[in-house]
Structure formats: structure tokens, C-alpha cells
Design a protein around this ligand. Structure first.
Ligand code: UDP
Ligand code: MG
Length: 305
């Protein structure tokens, strides 16, 4: 059985469409499936819509969070609830085409364990969005050492890969990169990002920046190494300036150089502050991990036997 996991946050208009569309395509292909909706603390009527969909279709199950925990948590909750021999995660705004699901399923039948959806085109976006996404993927690809420029959250995972993912103890997860990190027999399928027909994207530029910073810190310690590099660079300058200062002292022109002093104070001061900030951010993440709070809390469930 194939489990299709659909995280939904304020998607009341998309629930029926998504479940009908997936049902139509998978039934036509004679693929046994279940749909797992994860209501990520929506403030609109998403949950009522999900209940309605579940009444109309015996394949629909769902969980509802006690509040908004974010898409990463929603995807993991869906994977934890899913019963299928393989699980697919996709957006419930149908920007990930359900036809590709069939393609992924066929590859799974051939023995692949991780099938990554790769964006052929990014669909319609504002220039600002495109630019910030581009910058983010450049940084993140460097940090995780995997080319992520076209990666998406649209994936199909074998039961073994799902169990491996769920066994990871960390609270702060970055699903997109973790699915490569776990390894297994991997392949990819290209798809075109569709246009959103209803509702709007949940991402503002600022939330994308936060998402980028968080995921770089969560997945890599590269930023900490930049602190060391900055320190080394400043140290080299310090040696040069130190030699100059000593030479001046011994040749008897010691009083000049007030501008240099101010500049040095400013540069070193800001570098130290930025470095402390980076270290502080990592400590914050360690603190979150150490507290060991659950990734999400479930308030309601719809199960089928
Ligand atoms: N989503 C979620 N929790 C959130 C934000 C988004 O579960 O806090 C879901 C949303 O309902 C959708 C998917 O994640 O199914 C992708 O969100 P969106 O379409 O806003 O992102 P975009 O396609 O613009 O990257
Ligand atoms: Mg979307």
C-alpha cells in the first residue's frame, strides 16, 4: 500500500480537490493507497474539510496538531502515522503533480527505496522570492555538500527509509536534506512545479530567511568554521599592523595612527559580536535539542482499520 502524506496549513479550499485528484489518479492506476492529512494547526476550516473528505473516502485518515508546528513536523507526523509499504510526501496545494506520484510508485516497484522529486522548473514566483530561494539553495548546498538547488519536499520513501528517518532522535529536522543523508537506493524524478490554484504561499521573504538560517545551523557546523576563518584573517592583519606599529615606535614616530585604532576597534568589535551571535545560535539549537520536547502534539485523529 502507498501512503500519501499531505501536510495542510490553512488549505480549506484545497482539501477536497487534492483528495479527489489523488483518488482519481491512483484508482485509475489500480494502486492501493491511503491518504494521511496532517492538519498543522490551521486557523480556517481545514479540519472540517478533512473530516468531510474522510466521510466520503474510506482511504482518508488524518491527524490534527494542537497548534501550528511547521511543515517539517507535519511531514514527520504523517510518516509516523502512515501504514503503507511506501510513503510519499507532497504539498496539498497540488503544486506537486499527482501524476508524478505514479511515476515514483513504479520506480519503487522496481526496487528503489528513496525517490526524490526534483524541480524541472520552479513555477511562477516573484523575482524577490526567486532570488532569495536561489541564495538559500547556494548556501545550503555548500553546507550540506549535496546539490540542493532543485530539491523539493516531494518524495517517495520505502518503509525501510521511513523507519530510518523516524528513528533519528533530533528535534530540528530538515527533511529535504535528511532524505539524502540516510542513503539507500536512490533515484530521482523530474516534475514541473504547478501553479497554486487556491489560497496563497505561506512563505514571506523574512520567513524564508529564517528557514534558511535554521536549516544551515541544523544540518551543518560550517558557520562555526567561518568564525575561525574570520579570526585567522583578522590575525594576519594584526601581525602586519603590529610590525608597522613597532617599526614606527622604534624609529620615533609613534603618535600617529588614530584612524587605524578606531577602524580596528570597529572591525574587531563587530566581528566578535557576529561570531558570538553565530555561536549563540548554535547554543540555542543545542538547548532546544536538550530539552527534548516532542516535535508536535496531536489533538485529534481520524483512523481507519
Ligand atoms: N504547510 C504546513 N505548515 C506550515 C506551512 C505550510 O503544513 O506551517 C504546508 C502547506 O499547507 C502546503 C505545503 O506545506 O501543503 C507547502 O506550503 P506552501 O504552498 O505555502 O509553500 P510553497 O509551495 O510556496 O513553497
Ligand atoms: Mg505551495
Amino acid at each position: 500500500m502507498l501512503s500519501v502524506i499531505l501536510p495542510a496549513y490553512n488549505e480549506e479550499k484545497m482539501i477536497q480537490k487534492a483528495s479527489a485528484e489523488i483518488d482519481r489518479i491512483l484508482t485509475a492506476e489500480q494502486i492501493d493507497y491511503e491518504i494521511v492529512f496532517v492538519n498543522d494547526g490551521s486557523k480556517d476550516h481545514t479540519w472540517e474539510e478533512i473530516e468531510k473528505a474522510a466521510r466520503g473516502n474510506p482511504h482518508v485518515t488524518a491527524v490534527s496538531f494542537s497548534r501550528n508546528f511547521g511543515k517539517e513536523s507535519a511531514m514527520l507526523a504523517g510518516l509516523a502515522e502512515a501504514r503503507g509499504d511506501c510513503c510519499a510526501v507532497m504539498d496539498c496545494d497540488l503544486q506537486h503533480p499527482p501524476e508524478t506520484l505514479v511515476e515514483m510508485y513504479r520506480l519503487w516497484e522496481q526496487g528503489y527505496e528513496v525517490i526524490e522529486g526534483v524541480k524541472r522548473t520552479r513555477g511562477k514566483e516573484s523575482a524577490m522570492h526567486r532570488m532569495s530561494a536561489g541564495l538559500f539553495y547556494k548556501m545550503i548546498s555548500k553546507a550540506v555538500k549535496i546539490d540542493m538547488s532543485r530539491a523539493s519536499d516531494f518524495k517517495l520513501l520505502d518503509r525501510r527509509a521511513v523507519d530510518a528517518l523516524l528513528s533519528l532522535p533530533e528535534r530540528n529536522v530538515f527533511f529535504r536534506a535528511l532524505s539524502s543523508w540516510i542513503g539507500f537506493r536512490t533515484t530521482s524524478v523530474e516534475f514541473d512545479v504547478q501553479e497554486r490554484t487556491e489560497g496563497e504561499s505561506k512563505w514571506s521573504t523574512w520567513s524564508l530567511v529564517q528557514y534558511a538560517v535554521r536549516n544551515i545551523a541544523v544540518f551543518s557546523t560550517a558557520a562555526l568554521q567561518y568564525v575561525t576563518f574570520a579570526g585567522i584573517a583578522v590575525f594576519v592583519v594584526a601581525i602586519l599592523l603590529g610590525i608597522e606599529t613597532l617599526v614606527r615606535y622604534f624609529t620615533g614616530h609613534a603618535v600617529e595612527g588614530f584612524t587605524t585604532v578606531i577602524l580596528l576597534l570597529l572591525i574587531i568589535g563587530s566581528l566578535v559580536m557576529i561570531s558570538l551571535g553565530i555561536i549563540g545560535y548554535y547554543i540555542g539549537k543545542i538547548y532546544e535539542e536538550v530539552k527534548g520536547r516532542p516535535r508536535y502534539l496531536i489533538a485529534k485523529k481520524i483512523t481507519k482499520n
